[in-house]
Design a protein around this ligand. Structure first.
Ligand code: HEM
Length: 353
């Protein structure tokens, strides 16, 4: 892996909110999303999105020109601190991961991909610093324990291609198709949550994606879309697993899958929608799946969701909590496997054509 890939992968994977902080302090105060895209001896380079569009910004290293790898880290930290100072935000301890971060950088695959990054809270116009605190809560435990798996899903080459706006229309359609099968299982199962007063807040009607997926598929494939779609083996296995935990009556297991998908759609999913809209010049049709306008303020919904997770955590013993965390990890693995199979399908089609 090149030094540039390692640094940008780390910044985008583990410190997405620091990217935003840095570009807001250095030229784009209204930035809504940012990823680090490169660096050289004189400066770091960030991709920025704000209301006026997309920009590239070069920010010079505070100490001037550098030529050794360890200096890069020092300069990025110095930039971060200086950005905090400019914006009046307290800087965290030097070695602490950002709240969105994942402490163990040991994850294979993690950082090898130029992650899309971006801060979906900010994309919603919320406070980018309103990240979950390390408050010992169950939602925080889930997030940190599974962030490495998140990075694997986010870093899958299909996701990376979509975020870099270089996926083909067929590849994007395949993603919508796989979503259709996932959400069919999820939403059939999640009725159990909506009917249970403890969990009803997790599954309001505005979250349900069935109609939006049908709308997108009709738009992308025409009215006979049902005859043209099929699930990859990993998607079928994922749907089967969702149905299995529901049939067992293991609600925390179902919530694990619900959390992994829906909170993702409300987070990175919002970034995906922006890129896809731009690349294919879609309005709503084609990306209706990502439109959660009826849900209201997404950051608020996510917070409410975490509150329910926290209450759930308190009702479980340590083994129950761990079992649920393991199911979230399994859920990410299903997603990553689906992305792998999507890529393999493209490669097979290319070879045989
Ligand atoms: C290009 C792809 C992706 C990008 C850029 C991305 C980015 C992000 C970012 C920046 C956050 C933090 C948001 C926040 O703190 O509020 C986040 C959260 C999350 N993402 Fe992703 N993501 C991607 C793909 C995925 C996928 C494929 C899944 C699921 C299979 C997923 C599931 C989640 C979940 C569950 C959270 C919430 C974590 C929590 O706060 O507990 N993401 N994503």
């Amino acid at each position: 892996m090149s030094v540039v890939d390692a640094v940008t992968g780390h910044m985008n994977g583990d410190h997405p909110e620091d990217n935003l902080l840095i570009v807001r302090a250095f030229g784009y105060p209204e930035a809504q999303a940012s990823t680090m895209t490169g660096l050289d001896s004189a400066a770091g380079v960030w991709h920025v999105e704000d209301a006026s569009g997309a920009h590239e910004v070069r920010i010079e290293w505070p100490s001037g020109s550098i030529n050794e790898r360890p200096q890069i880290r020092r300069e990025v930290v110095a930039l971060y601190k200086s950005a905090c100072e400019k914006l009046g935000v307290p800087a965290r301890e030097e070695h602490a991961p950002s709240a969105g971060g994942h402490e163990a950088h040991s994850h294979s695959g993690h950082g090898e991909h130029g992650h899309g990054g971006g801060n979906p809270h900010a994309a919603q116009g919320g406070n980018p610093h309103a990240k979950p605190e390390d408050d010992g809560s169950f939602s925080y435990q889930i997030r940190t324990a599974t962030w490495g798996d998140h990075s694997d899903s986010e870093g899958a080459s299909v996701m990376e291609d979509i975020m870099r706006m270089r996926a083909t229309r067929e590849e994007y359609i395949d993603l919508v198709v796989q979503h259709f099968y996932m959400y069919e299982a999820l939403e059939e199962s999640a009725k159990a949550l909506a009917e249970d007063a403890r969990y009803a807040a997790l599954h309001p009607a505005a979250l349900v994606r069935e109609q939006t997926l049908i709308e997108d598929l009709e738009f992308l494939l025409g009215e006979n879309w049902r005859d043209e779609i099929s699930a990859h083996p990993a998607t079928a296995a994922y749907a089967a697993r969702i149905r299995e935990v529901t049939a067992e009556g293991w609600l925390p297991g179902l919530i694990a899958h619900h959390y992994t998908r829906y909170l993702g759609d409300l987070s990175g999913g919002q970034m995906i929608a922006k890129r896809v809209k731009k690349q294919f010049d879609f309005d709503r049709a084609g990306v209706a799946f990502y439109d959660f306008t009826e849900l209201g303020d997404l950051a608020e919904f996510k917070q409410g969701y975490r509150d329910v997770l926290n209450a759930l955590g308190e009702s479980l013993d340590e083994a129950g909590r761990q079992r649920m965390v393991d199911e979230v990890r399994a859920s990410y693995r299903f997603n990553s496997q689906i992305f792998t199979e999507m890529k393999q399908a493209v490669e097979t089609a290319t070879v045989s054509s």
